[in-house]
Design a binder for this molecule. Structure first.
Ligand code: FNR
Length: 366
């Protein structure tokens, strides 16, 4: 087999080996998938303005997020049900993040439990992706487990009062394969799973019936009142919401459109980042995910105000290729590409990346 040298190579490989049900679930976006394409395309509309004749012989790729040091400014976004990609699923993924010295965010809808993931990679900086459920006791008990297991932050997903319409999953009547379970719900009183974590209904959308579509900013105050963990709001796409988030004392904002799986027709995340970082960049830490597949994408996001980026699907493709080793390879490729981008734009460290080193393409037609 030819050497896989970029994220796209891993994606192509995963397309060949994953069963249709799983591949479509991982790959697809909502509706006509316009935002899915935009997440990638929009990066191309931003251009680098490299500087030269600056000593870049030694380069430092590290940064800090929430006060924790990370070796590279790219971590792993929460994606559901990773054991469809590899038998060790989330546990393999978190070990890869640990080996690469970066952050791993565990999905609530995981096929490995909070405790299994904590045990798999005790040294990794782990965050937990939370939904607030109609059943606040269920929500609270998840938060307690996460705290006990040593996770460092909560990423509260705010773009999912209901699940988006994903046509491929509707056509496939997507279901979690019967040998897998929703590990975080085992033993809980969640009405859509039995005590073994198996969905009792036929479709994954049944899980969405647990979500509380009445959520508003008062529920953020409630969440803050029950935990000392820093809270990152995942799924903010406008300056207006970013300002409210900063006003209510949120620690971080993850600019995200859920991998284009919620409402089709939003802007790409890299375009939304610009207005959000201008509005609140000096008050909260800002991160981005969506469409990051290359080291230059990481550079562009950092120049436009992100402290760090996250990848969802690229890690799934790495898992499909070879579990922990596969994800390490994917992260290693992104690291090398980012390192080259730093060197070739005249930056010795992340602190050297300045906003005017990335411009929208319209800059050149003025
Ligand atoms: C997701 N995403 C997601 N987000 C979340 O908050 N909770 C979840 O359980 C999931 N599950 C999930 C499954 C799959 C298959 C995908 C592709 C995505 C969204 C995810 O955290 C992230 O925002 C995107 O994946 C980022 O885009 P890229 O890197 O996949 O382009």
């Amino acid at each position: 087999m030819r050497e896989l040298v970029c994220v796209k190579d891993f994606e192509d490989y995963a397309y060949k080996v994953l069963p249709r049900n799983a591949l479509d679930y991982y790959r697809s976006g909502a509706g006509r998938e316009e935002t899915l394409k935009e997440n990638r395309r929009a990066f191309s509309r931003y251009k680098l303005r490299p500087r030269c004749l600056r000593d870049v012989s030694k380069r430092d790729l590290s940064t800090t997020v929430m006060g924790q040091k990370v070796s590279i400014p790219v971590g792993i976004s929460p994606t559901a049900m990773q054991r469809m990609a590899h038998p060790e699923g989330e546990c393999a993924n978190v070990r890869a993040a640990q080996a690469m010295g970066t952050v791993f965010i565990l999905s609530t809808i995981a096929t490995s439990s909070v405790e299994e993931v904590a045990e798999a990679a005790p040294q990794c900086t782990k965050w937990f992706q939370l939904y607030i459920y109609k059943d606040r006791e269920l929500t609270k008990s998840l938060v307690r487990r996460v705290e006990k297991a040593g996770f460092k932050a909560l990423a509260l997903t705010v773009d999912t009062p209901i699940f988006g319409l994903r046509l491929a999953d509707m056509r496939n009547k997507f279901q979690l394969p019967s040998h897998l379970k929703l590990a975080n719900f085992i033993g809980s009183k969640a009405s859509v799973t039995n005590e073994k974590g198996k969905l009792t209904g036929s479709a994954i959308n049944d899980l969405g019936s647990l979500f509380d579509a009445t959520l508003d900013w008062r529920d953020i105050a409630w969440l803050k009142s029950i935990t000392k963990l820093p809270i990152v709001l995942k799924g903010i796409l406008t300056a207006e919401d970013a300002i409210i988030a900063a006003d209510v004392g949120i620690a971080g904002i993850l600019v995200s459109n859920h991998g284009a799986r919620q409402v089709d027709g939003t802007s790409s995340t890299i375009e939304a980042l610009d207005e959000i970082s201008k509005a609140v960049g000096d008050r909260v830490e800002i991160y981005l995910d969506g469409g990051v597949t290359d080291g230059t994408d990481i550079f562009k996001a950092l120049a436009l105000g992100a402290k760090m980026v996250f990848v969802g699907r690229p890690a799934l493709w790495g898992l499909a290729y070879g579990g922990e080793e596969g994800v390490k390879k994917v992260l290693g490729i992104l690291k090398t590409e980012f390192d080259y981008t730093l060197a070739l734009t005249g930056c010795a460290s992340i602190g050297d990346i300045k906003r005017n080193m990335v411009v929208h393409e319209s800059y050149y037609s003025r």
